[in-house]
Design a protein around this ligand. Structure first.
Ligand code: ZN
Length: 206
């Protein structure tokens, strides 16, 4: 998502000493600035910041990196979060996702949609005639209706093709169902079939 040109621009626009200076008291020494290392305990400064080169370096512990690395290693940010923060400081707009990334995201959204639709269908099945025995079993195990609802428990009926038909009506393809793992692939000319049958389901939502 972030081109090397964009990252270079960010490094150019946000002086390293400005970012480091928020956490470390820096004193100028020649072309560099010097301070107590924020990555290890020390009493004599051995942490240098060079704005020309765009790097910090600690002669004590070997910590080394650019402004992005500092945000990640000192601020504890993940790479994209570090970029977002620095872009905010620099006042530059974040680049839009590439067409490939956007397409990938679209596919992911679609697959999440398949899983959501399946979860809803399994929930409905638990409360329908095919799920009566399963629901009675859960209730006998002491699960309240509120718990069943909150954790979105469902039931996958025995019949092959039932889920495929139900999700198909909602516009989802077998290929999409296959990709999520809801279906088991078999060699042609046989058709894929539902992975979950005749069982209670506990969806994992994170
Ligand atoms: Zn150090």
């Amino acid at each position: 998502r972030f081109s090397s040109q964009f990252l270079d621009e960010l490094r150019d626009r946000v002086p390293l000493s400005g970012i480091v200076g928020n956490h470390v008291q820096l004193r100028r020494r020649g072309r560099e600035q010097l301070g107590l290392c924020p990555f290890h305990k020390e009493k004599t400064p051995s942490f240098t910041v060079n704005d020309d080169k765009g790097f910090y370096h600690c002669f004590g512990c070997g910590a080394h990196g650019d402004v992005i690395a500092f945000e990640m290693n000192h601020g504890g940010l993940a790479f994209p979060d570090a970029i977002e923060r620095l872009a905010g400081i620099a006042g530059v707009a974040l680049p839009q996702a590439s067409p490939e990334a956007a397409a990938r995201e679209k596919v992911e959204d679609r697959l999440i949609g398949v899983l959501e639709a399946a979860t809803r269908w399994y929930e409905g099945e638990l409360h329908g005639p095919r799920g009566a025995a399963a629901l009675a079993y859960l209730q006998a195990r002491g699960l309240s209706d509120a718990t069943i609802q909150r954790f979105r428990l469902g039931f996958a009926p025995e019949g092959r093709g039932l889920l495929i038909a139900a999700l198909g009506k909602q516009g989802f393809s077998e290929g999409e169902m296959l990709e999520t793992g809801l279906l088991v692939a078999v060699e042609a000319p046989k058709t894929p079939f539902e992975r979950f049958r005749q069982r209670i389901l506990f969806p994992i939502t994170n």
